[in-house]
Design a protein around this ligand. Sequence first.
Ligand code: NI
Length: 252
Amino acid sequence: MMIDTHCHLCKEDYNNVDEIIEHMEDNYMIAAGVDDKTNKEVLELCKKYYNIYGAIGIHPNEVKDSKEEELNFIEKHINDNKIMAIGEIGLDYHYGIEEKELQKQYFKKQLDMARKYRKAVVIHSRDSIEDTYQIMKEYKDVKMTLHCYSGSVEMAKKFLELNVYFGIGGVVTFKNNRILKEVVKMLPLSRILLETDSPYLTPEPYRGTKNEPKNVLLVAEEIAKIKNITLEEVLKITTENAICQFDLPLVI
Ligand code: NI
């Protein structure tokens, strides 16, 4: 069994989403929302497919257009069957530097919600790793995943102390990404989750085409290669990690 712990499967991402999901056969996915519209789609996907779980949240690039009631919507549905996390949330200074303070507010409000309802969170951090770390430090009791980790080895060591999980995606297969390969080598397998971030960040050798959850296998293969262990071990341990981190009602 394998679990793509982070993908986007919304209508604007694919026009053949049923097919894309079928490609995963009996493997599982956690679909993430980024705004009100996609959060509602995540709820629908969870109802429609036995092998999809959901995360709902307001992404840092969406806070500018977001309204208070969208946070209320998340709170209202946080305990819905199959909603396992709040995400994706976080900070992104690459696109939203002028909304820095608003991003921080939304990030903290959603972390507070996760704390209140004992839910996991899925965190996005782009060009904002230090601020992300400073905020996460205040929420050590929350189950946090840094999705698509792209920081340094040193920073990864600091995050390890906060007990976070690291979502590793297709970027790890890119030939020129020496740093991420070093990060994966250093991280204990017990802290790694597999993800694709579909439809983005397609792994080699399909780079340049639209990503989909089944490519999570390519990520697992690369991790096995880097850590010099078997693919079976990577799949077994990362699946156990995902079940534990997101409280998935699954048995391997
Ligand atoms: Ni994402």
